[in-house]
Each structure stands twice: as structure tokens, then as C-alpha cells.
Design a binder for this molecule. Structure first.
Ligand code: CNA
Length: 256
């Protein structure tokens, strides 16, 4: 689907003004301005190949050669510990506080929605906030990035993270080849929304990419570059920087 500025910011602010059940489906593009590279954007991992996304995020690779993932995880945790939510994350929190936003369905694993204050967040791909030992099954909850950095430092088999029993620790993020979480809830939320915003996702990754087809409500996609979604009567594609565009929408919405 292509198209440029097919919806002026003022028009979106008016749609938001009328919405009662707004849902946002978010992707890695929401966090690039915070400093986290996406997958398919101009500085994404598929372009820079700083890490091989298959070796890092494929579940069979994780079981066979977890060091690929943990080398990435050390970098990610060091960076994610310091970064702050973007204007777009804060904008969605503001809509939740106003009672307009029914929920966020995110593909991101960076916890930035929560850091911005959002509570109604479905993390389809999980996060680093919890982990499971693949040996003894022990669960680890309420984890921070500092905890991850410490456990990686303290593990005997560097760079991987190990449980006290000596087995491999797996963060509860969804690897390629694993089932996403809370998909039915996400589907129901989107089916019942009266306005869907798709923000910063190329919609390449299934099954998240199927979610926009669940609604006939007006759908506004804000993403720089190509996305995989058929054109539809009620679909608007805005090819713009998210923070820039949503700032303009916020100006039209005015103060709370
Ligand atoms: P993607 O396929 O990398 O798509 C991101 C899209 O956002 C691209 O089309 C970019 O051009 C676009 N984009 C980047 N920056 C901006 C911006 N400032 N304004 C507007 N558009 C922008 O990522 P998806 O989320 O679609 O793919 C899902 C994958 C990516 C999930 O498995 C995630 O876990 C994974 N991922 C997550 C993170 C994170 O948690 N921050 C980072 C990298 C990858």
C-alpha cells in the first residue's frame, strides 16, 4: 500500500475527537526515534546486518546457539536501560488517560509503552520483563534490564544467561517459530474498536499483520515507507515521521 499524507493531521485529530474505542497497533518504528533500530527501516537490522535476525530471533537457533541471541541481548539491554519513550508513546498514554484509547497491541519488546505510563498494553511478542529457565522451569518475574546485565555477567558460560541450576535462561519474548501471546484478546480488541491506528509497522510479521483485517472501522496507518496491507475504503496511509505527524495531531487536539 502506498500513498503520501492522505490524511491531514487535523482530520485525524477530528477522528480521535469522535472515537470512544481507539486501538493502536504498534511496531518497531515507534521506538526508532528513542534510539532502538527497527528491522526493515533504512537503519534497521535487515539493512545494517549488525546482527543476523534469523540467528538471533529464530527459536531453533536460540536452542542450538544461544550466544547469537545473548550478544544482541547485551547490546539491547545496555541501550534499553537508558532510553526514554518517544513523543508517540506519550501521545498514546495521553489518549488512554483521556479515556479514548481502549488498548495498545504492540509487537515491540522494549517496554517503552509501559515506561510512558500506558497500562492497557498487549505485548504480542512478550518482553524482557520475565524469563523462564529451560532446565528447571523456574520463573523470574519483574525483571529489569540491569538484572539481565548482571545475570549475564555472573553466568559461567558467557555471553549467555544461566539459571542457578546451570541451564539456559530464556526471556519471555516470542522468537520466530513460537506462538504469539494474547492473540485472541488482541483480535477482540481490534474487532470492537471504532478507530484503529497502525503505527510504525511494516506489517511483514504474521500473525500481527493480519490484525488490521479484523475491523471495518476507519484505519489510519502512519509509517514511513512501504507496508503490506491492501487498500480499503476506510484505510488511510500517512507516509510521515511518527513523532512529527502526531505532534501536529496533538496541536489540533489542544490541551486536555
Ligand atoms: P519493521 O518491519 O522493522 O517495520 C518498522 C517500520 O517502521 C518500517 O516500515 C520503517 O520504515 C518504519 N519507521 C521507522 N521509524 C519510523 C518513524 N520514526 N516514523 C514512521 N515510520 C517509521 O518492524 P515491525 O514492528 O513491523 O516488525 C515486527 C518485529 C520487529 C517484531 O517481531 C518486533 O519484536 C521486532 N522489533 C522490535 C523492536 C522494539 O521492541 N523496539 C525493535 C526491532 C525489532
Amino acid at each position: 500500500m502506498t500513498g503520501h499524507d492522505s490524511l491531514p493531521p487535523q482530520a485525524l485529530s477530528e477522528m480521535i475527537g469522535q472515537a470512544k474505542m481507539l486501538v493502536a497497533l504498534t511496531g518497531a518504528g515507534l521506538s526508532t526515534s528513542a534510539g532502538i533500530p527497527d528491522f526493515r527501516g533504512p537503519n534497521g537490522l535487515y539493512v545494517t546486518r549488525r546482527y543476523d535476525p534469523i540467528r538471533v530471533f529464530e527459536i531453533d537457533w536460540f536452542r542450538r546457539a544461544p550466544q547469537n541471541f545473548y550478544e544482541f541481548a547485551r547490546d539491547f539491554a545496555t541501550m534499553a536501560e537508558m532510553i526514554q519513550p518517544t513523543f508517540s508513546h506519550r501521545f498514546l498514554h495521553r489518549l488512554e488517560a483521556k479515556g479514548v484509547l481502549a488498548g495498545i497491541v504492540t509487537q515491540n519488546i522494549d517496554l517503552l509503552h509501559q515506561k510512558a505510563g500506558s497500562e492497557k498494553v498487549i505485548e504480542l511478542h512478550g518482553s524482557f520483563q520475565s524469563a523462564t529457565c529451560l532446565g528447571c522451569g523456574q520463573r523470574f518475574l519483574d525483571l529489569t534490564y540491569s538484572w539481565w546485565l548482571e545475570i549475564m555477567d555472573n553466568s559461567l558460560k558467557k555471553p549467555i544467561a544461566q539459571c542457578a541450576c546451570g541451564s539456559l535462561l530464556k526471556p519471555d519474548i516470542v522468537f520466530f517459530g513460537e506462538q504469539v501471546r494474547q492473540y485472541d484478546e488482541a483480535e477482540a480488541l481490534i474487532r470492537n474498536c471504532d478507530l484503529l491506528l497502525v503505527l510504525g509497522s511494516s506489517l511483514n510479521v504474521t500473525p500481527a499483520s493480519q490484525l488490521p483485517y479484523e475491523t471495518r472501522a476507519p484505519t489510519v496507518i502512519i509509517n514511513r515507507g512501504e507496508i503490506i496491507l491492501g487498500a480499503g475504503e476506510n484505510r488511510f496511509k500517512v507516509d510521515a515521521d511518527l513523532d512529527w505527524y502526531l505532534r501536529k495531531v496533538a496541536e489540533h487536539l489542544g490541551p486536555d
